[in-house]
Each structure stands twice: as C-alpha cells, then as structure tokens.
Write a protein that binds this ligand. Structure first.
Ligand code: TYM
Length: 333
C-alpha cells in the first residue's frame, strides 16, 4: 500500500493559510489518489518544542481533530491520529538524530527564525524539530508529503537523511517527495503581505481563522493591505497584497491567475475584495457548520483511537525493522 503523510501543529486556531496550504489539499488528494492510504496527524510533540500553556494545548489538539474532519477528511481513507499516542514517533526521532548532523540542523531557517524570536531558553527540542518531522514521514514509508512552501527545507533534510541511511544500511527507507498546492502554497499576512500568514502572529488582523464569523472574514479581507495601482494583476514583488488576495481567491475557486486578471480587468479593488470575501465565506461556511455537528456528535475520540491503532500497526513494524538494520537489541534464536 502506498502512503501519503502529513501533519499540523496544534498551536492556536487554524487559519486560512494553513487550510489552503495543507488541509484543502489533503482533502483533494484523498479523492484524487484512491490507491494511496493517508496518515494525517496532529503534531503535538512538535508543539511542545516551545513553551505552551498545557490546558490550551489539550484544547487545541481536540479542536484540530474536529477541524480536520469538518474540512472533509474521510476516516475510511485517512488514519487520523495524535502523534504522541504513537510511541514509535519518539523512537524514530532518536534513531534519526543519530544519523543527522548538527551542521545541517544549524542551517534550518525555521529554527533560526524561531530561536531568534525567543528571548532565552531555546530548547534542544526546537533544534532537533526537523528530525522529529523526518521521522514522522519515514516511519510510514510516505511516497508523498503534501505541505505548504515553508516546509520545503524540512522535506529536503528528510530526503537527505533517508538517502544517507539507505547508503549505510542498504535500502530501508522510502525517499519521500513533497507535494505543494499549485496555488496557495504560501498565503501571506493580510496586514504585512511580505510575511507568511502565521498562527503565531499576535496581530489578529493579519489572518482569518476557519471558525471566524462571516462578518469578521469579510472585514479582514476588505481591510487587507493592497497598493495604489488599482489594477488586479499578479506581481508578487511589487504588488504583494493584491497577489496574496489573488492566491486566496485562486485557491478557493481553482482559477488560475490569468483567469482572475481577465475576470477583474475592469474592476476596482473594492469589487475584487468583495468577490474574494464572498468566495471565502462560501468555502468556510459549510466547514463551520460541520465542525459544530462533529463536536456535538462526540465521534472524535473514537476516530482518533482507531487512527492511532492503524498508525501504530505500521509504525511499530517499521521501527522493529530499522532497529534490526542498525544492530540494536539482540538476535533471538
Ligand atoms: P504547521 O503546523 O506550521 O503548518 C501546517 C501546514 O500548513 C502549511 N502552512 C501554510 N501554507 C500556506 N500558507 C501559509 N501561510 C501556511 N502556514 C502553514 C505548512 O506548510 C504545513 O504544511 N512541521 C510542520 C508539521 C509537521 C509535519 C510533519 C508536516 C510535523 N511533522 C510531517 C508534514 C509531515 C509544521 O509546523 O506545520
């Protein structure tokens, strides 16, 4: 069975960037690639690489599980689980840490950015974070890993570690390929469109959460930063604000940039923004409705139990094989 693996950190509410860069793509792929099985998880072990409020984290883990389902992940196609409930992730992380180099981790731009953002007490876990992530992927022999553009470097590291171990021990790991959405791989902040829309941004106006009210969604789009040219044209360097709104619109409507430019060639920014807001509200409304129904149904725990069980089955076998490959433990007669 071929597999596809991906995860999201349960750190704050899911925003439109995370949704368009990852979850929306998971749902599309689950339908488009019927021969693959999906392992999609809540990356809670990644979340504690920086200090968190534990009660808030617990709450967000369950919220993310319900969001995944509300967005359309189908438990028959996807093993949906919480990373920390599958112990093999921790075992795999140690195994890979012994095959990753300090120098290559020091080059990780996300580590450098996150470490810089902290005043003191940068954890070792934050440093080794990309190796934990490599383990998440290699544990399930993922063929593809659907992610947003900001995970590119982590995927390259994952591939490097896999190739290194294959060279050292003989073929034991599948070298995975990233899958980026065609449009929406990097959604930018609505207030500073040269920065990524981020869960950790403290400016609430910079982002839209999937569970925001329609009125808030409209307000955020209508007040998004643009430019003074007044032409709906894709030009990331000179018109980052409008280009970002085009990315959001394109991702939701499946229209290419050229088609959007043509459709709005005589429109002013107000008209275009209104169309973006309408499209987004239309996309998110059913997700919000399903979210409520899923939370009320009380099915989430059962789905997570089942998902963890399926993930464990595959992951434990893989760990046992790898331990044997590198010479851990003993040979039984
Ligand atoms: P995280 O939680 O930061 O983001 C989850 C996914 O959403 C994508 N994303 C975006 N895409 C477009 N525009 C944005 N503004 C935006 N913000 C986030 C991310 O690229 C990602 O795909 N390390 C990962 C979680 C992880 C993982 C894994 C992913 C842990 N193990 C194994 C894949 C495979 C992370 O922090 O993503």
């Amino acid at each position: 069975m071929k597999t596809i693996v991906s995860g999201i950190q349960p750190t704050g509410s899911i925003n439109v960037g995370t949704y368009l860069g990852s979850i929306r793509n998971f749902v599309a792929l689950q339908d488009a690639m019927p021969e693959h099985h999906f392992y999609i998880f809540i990356a809670d072990m990644h979340a504690i690489t920086v200090q968190r409020d534990r009660l808030e984290l617990r709450k967000t883990i369950k919220e993310l599980a319900a969001i995944y389902l509300a967005c359309g992940l189908n438990p028959e196609r996807v093993s949906l689980f919480i990373q920390s409930e599958v112990i093999a992730h921790a075992q795999m992380a140690h195994l890979l840490e012994c095959h990753a180099y300090i120098g290559e981790l020091e080059r990780m731009t996300q580590f450098k950015e996150k470490a810089r953002a902290q005043e003191s007490g940068v954890s070792v876990g934050l440093f080794t974070y990309p190796v934990l992530m490599a383990g998440d992927i290699l544990l399930y022999d993922a063929e593809y890993v659907p992610v947003g553009d900001d995970q590119k470097q982590h995927l390259e590291l994952t591939r490097d570690i896999a190739i290194r171990m294959n060279n050292r021990y003989g073929e034991c790991l599948r070298v995975p390929k990233p899958l980026f959405p065609k449009i929406g791989a990097r959604i930018m902040s609505l207030t500073e469109p040269t920065k990524k829309m981020s869960k950790s941004d403290t400016n609430v106006k910079s982002k839209i959460h999937l569970l925001d009210d329609d009125a808030i969604i409209r307000k955020r789009i209508m007040s998004a930063v643009t430019d003074s040219e007044g032409v709906v044209r894709f030009d990331k360097d000179n018109k980052p604000g409008i280009s970002n709104l085009m990315a959001i619109y394109g991702a939701v409507t499946n229209l290419e940039y050229e088609a959007i430019e043509n459709a709005f060639k005589d429109a002013d920014y107000q008209t275009f923004k209104k169309a973006v807001a309408d499209a987004l509200v239309g996309e998110i409304a059913p997700i919000k409705a399903r979210y409520k129904a899923i939370v009320e149904s009380g099915q989430v725990d059962e789905i997570l139990d089942e998902g963890a069980e399926q993930a464990r089955r595959l992951a434990q076998k893989k760990i046992a094989k790898l331990y044997h490959k590198v010479g851990l433990g003993r040979k039984r007669k």
